[in-house]
Design a protein around this ligand. Structure first.
Ligand code: GLN
Length: 490
């Protein structure tokens, strides 16, 4: 049986009716990864042994019919910035190449206790810095739809793994679009959660005030199944939200239209530079959503043009401070071929970090230095507030916004890597959401020249239920999320 063609719900049916064991399922996924991933390179680590051990434990649970959930026995993968006990967690950086955390992040711990199976860890841009996975310290992941193109970033390995049928779902991390953009480039569904909805404990930080963990899967319904398992307050993360977690998947079963919802279309997101086919697909999708009963209105987000400079400034500053701890003494790589302690620090960082990471550390250190702090960091924080207020104002007149995820479909490997500014600009539609801390869902809504197009659905804090409802209803009427890359059939 070709398990990767089944949804999580269908796989769950097979497991609970004991037509297939989790061990059988896990072996099939591992076999597929070993056979096909050498071309795509979505995994940094494949945790065969652990996966089989977890699968056997899951099978015992099925046998005794004990504490079963929709994810018991279901395999998944996780971005390599999410700490996994005893399994390499590298952030795709040389500086953490052999780092094995001695604890699980809360999200992984929750999946473990529900009996899900960790297949391995996915490639990413080093520490989450990039939009293509080309900044990985190890290798570039290829887009399963066309191997000459990038899968998006920074959670490109996670998106490629789901799109290629290597895992039914993956956990990604979104600081400035890293779940949504690769989801869009690879034709899958990805959710950037409200800041604090999923605990950040054990997520290796890039920008502590933006970072979020979010599910990536084949459909909004599957994203809902994962979200309800990993969300919730965590005493170990003081920024996690205390509100109780809804049963997202149950609510989806109840809705059969979008009546009563008002959808805002922000004029600032449909501007010059937006590819005409992306624009066309979005407009068709908006009409379909209107056809489901939603009312469509125009809204304004006047400070949108400042999102990129403000995002990158705050990122440089916070990242430079977060990355200061990699000194060759406490974690991972340690260059001991040095005559004094200072040179251990310097050489380790020189060898361990890639070019983009060094660029950002230097810019951030500059922006935070005495005399410049007020002019850059403080100013950026003030504009961040204006951007957040734009969204608050828009949500006074509508329940959610629809925009493109990216101005274009996936770009070619090598196309933007030599021009960092060009790479930063590809994030133009995703970063404002992180500045505001609000959730956003990326849903496939078209294909242009063999590459997927994504639609972004943005909502106010903790509106994951509404976003999933819109995504789910849209997917019940369209089939873009059921299209797969050619390698799906291998
Ligand atoms: N493209 C963004 C950046 O390079 C992605 C950040 C993220 O979400 N991890 O900063």
């Amino acid at each position: 049986m070709r398990f990767h063609e089944l949804s999580i719900q269908e796989t769950h049916e097979l497991l609970s009716s004991r037509k297939v064991s989790s061990e059988e399922l896990t072996r099939a996924y591992l076999e597929r990864i070993h056979r096909l991933d050498p071309q795509i390179k979505s995994f940094v680590t494949i945790s065969d042994e652990l996966a089989l051990k977890q699968a056997k434990e899951a099978d015992k649970r099925f046998k005794s019919n004990e504490s079963l959930t929709a994810l018991t026995g279901i395999p998944y993968s996780a971005k390599d910035s999410i700490s996994t006990r005893g399994v390499n967690t590298t952030c795709s950086s040389r500086i953490l190449e052999n780092y094995k955390p001695f604890y699980d992040s809360t999200a992984i711990k929750k999946l473990k206790s529900t009996g899900a199976i960790l297949l391995g860890k996915n490639n990413m841009d080093e520490f989450g810095m990039g939009s293509s996975t080309e900044n990985s310290g190890f290798f570039t992941t290829r887009n399963p739809w066309n191997f000459d193109y990038v899968p998006g970033g920074s959670s490109g390995g996670s998106a490629a793994a789901v799109a290629a049928g290597f895992a039914p779902f993956s956990l990604g991390e979104d600081t400035g679009g890293s779940v949504r953009m690769p989801a869009s480039f690879c034709g899958i569904t990805g959710l950037k959660t409200t800041y604090g909805r999923v605990s950040r404990y054990g997520l290796i930080p890039l920008v502590s005030s933006f970072d979020t963990i979010g599910p990536m899967a084949g459909s909004a319904y599957e994203v809902a199944l994962v979200l309800e398992m990993i969300a919730g307050h965590d005493p170990k993360d003081s920024t996690s939200r205390i509100e109780s977690v809804q049963s997202y998947s149950e609510s989806l079963k109840k809705s059969d239209n979008l009546r009563g919802l008002r959808i805002g279309i922000p004029k600032e997101y449909f501007v010059e530079g937006l590819d005409s086919e992306v624009d066309g697909s979005l407009r068709t999708a908006i009409n379909q959503i209107e056809g489901l009963g939603a009312e469509v209105v125009e809204v304004f987000l006047p400070h949108t043009q400042y999102a990129i400079p403000v995002y990158y400034l705050i990122l440089f500053a916070e990242a430079s401070s977060n990355l200061a701890k990699y000194d060759g003494i406490r974690f991972g790589l340690s260059e001991r071929n040095a005559d004094n302690l200072m040179n251990v620090y310097l050489k380790t960082r020189e060898i361990g970090f890639g070019a983009e990471t060094k660029r950002r550390i230097m810019l951030g250190t500059f922006a935070l230095s005495a005399g410049y702090y007020d002019a850059y960091y403080l100013k950026a924080q003030k504009v961040r507030t204006l951007i957040r207020q734009d969204f608050e104002k828009a949500f006074e007149t509508c329940d959610a916004l629809i925009t493109p995820v990216s101005p274009t479909t996936a770009f070619r490997i090598g196309e933007k890597i030599t021009n960092p500014l060009d790479m930063y600009l590809s994030d133009v539609f995703v970063v404002a959401v992180n500045l505001a801390g609000i959730p956003a869902l990326s849903v496939p809504c078209g294909i242009s020249k063999g590459l997927p197009i994504g639609m972004q659905i943005i909502g106010p804090h903790l509106s994951e239920d509404t976003l999933l409802r819109i995504g789910h209803m849209y997917q019940s009427q369209t089939d873009w999320h059921t299209k797969h890359p050619p390698c799906w059939n291998d």
